[in-house]
Ligand binder design. Structure first.
Ligand code: SF4
Ligand code: SF4
Length: 333
């Protein structure tokens, strides 16, 4: 098993936006935020774990949208610094708050003084339904000026450049044009087909039967990734498998969760099967709980996995391994 040397600490599932492809299913209704003590404690535990491997942990702060609680973000960074934890690797934001130059300058100056060196932001057909591209431009330009020319990454740069060049306002597109651009984005394989992205893909794309994914196991994603996320409720997820719980920081130390997995491997019908065989091996099992494969099939094993997991969660099953409820909203597939 790989050591967990990189982690995304989610401050909240709250977000200003509700992007149709959000793989963590964030939205403005999710208003719980982790306490600064808990976030810094998780950071410290992860750094202690990394120290076993003569490394420092790389932490990114994420959500949801961390700038939705500016005071908390600053508090966390100040506490981490006082605790002599390694500087934050990056902070992710959708730029919704970048409505004036003054506010961006003020906040970036605070972040610079707290040792922040990198922001990542988004530019794509989904985010720009909620955030004007001009806000992203403002954030990018002022971050370069205050934090340095390489201090901001835009995902995706080609969309960003084209949107600025063409003065694109996504909300002026016809429904048909919007769908065409969404389909184009989804088919170019850039998205993680988990959460709302899995549902959206089921409506827009033709996939393959579940049997196509037989034997495509997830040991790499679950056991051989150096990357975990910890959600605001303390659930530990493998790198990008939001909603699949490896353990809880509320019940155990992170090192104990890691050591258990390292020694015993994933246990229980969901995690063990996903690790050793992949989601296609769960299809017959999930039928007992009401799962019916989509007639259009699946574009990836992760989309199939999310459909199975959301069905099991909706049937009230396996909540030790599946949750929290924010990641499995009631869905019409
Ligand atoms: S994709 Fe990002 S900006 Fe969009 S709803 Fe999810 S967390 Fe918010
Ligand atoms: S199929 Fe499921 S467990 Fe495997 S990588 Fe995708 S989301 Fe994670």
């Amino acid at each position: 098993m790989q050591p967990w040397l990189q982690a995304g600490l989610m401050l909240s599932y709250w977000c200003s936006a509700s992007c149709e492809f959000c793989y963590v299913s964030s939205c403005p209704a999710h208003n719980f935020w982790t306490s600064p003590d808990q976030i810094v404690d998780r950071w410290k535990q992860l750094d202690d774990l990394a120290a076993r491997y003569n490394a420092r942990v790389k932490i990114h702060l994420t959500g949801g949208e961390v700038f939705g609680n500016w005071d908390l973000l600053v508090d966390v960074l100040e506490r981490a610094r006082r605790a002599e934890l390694p500087p934050v690797d990056k902070i992710e934001t959708n730029a919704f708050w970048a409505d004036t130059d003054a506010v961006v300058r003020r906040r970036l100056t605070v972040l610079k003084n707290l040792g922040v060196k990198l922001l990542t932001t988004d530019a794509d057909i989904f985010h720009q339904q909620f955030v004007p591209i001009d806000y992203v431009r403002r954030l990018v330009e002022i971050t370069r000026e205050i934090l340095g020319p390489d201090a901001v990454r835009v995902r995706w740069r080609d969309f960003y450049n084209a949107a600025l060049e063409n003065n694109l306002d996504v909300n002026n597109l016809s429904p048909q044009q919007l769908r065409e651009l969404q389909i184009d984005a989804l088919t170019h394989g850039r998205e993680r087909f988990n959460g709302r992205a899995a549902v959206l893909a089921s409506k827009l794309l033709q996939g393959k039967s579940p049997e196509t994914f037989i034997g495509d196991c997830c040991d790499k994603g679950i056991l051989r990734s150096k990357h975990v996320h910890i959600d605001p409720y303390g659930n530990i997820f493998p790198g990008t498998c939001c909603g699949l719980i490896l353990g809880s920081t509320l019940c155990e130390n992170i090192a104990d969760v890691y050591d258990w997995l390292d020694t015993n491997g994933p246990t229980g019908p969901i995690l063990e099967t996903l690790t050793t065989q992949g989601p296609a091996a769960l299809v017959d099992f999930a039928r007992r709980y009401g799962f019916t494969p989509l007639p259009n099939g699946y574009v990836s094993k992760c989309q199939l996995c999310y459909h199975i997991r959301s069905t099991l969660y909706g049937a009230g099953q396996f909540k030790k391994w599946l949750g929290p409820e924010q990641t499995y909203p009631p869905i019409e597939w």
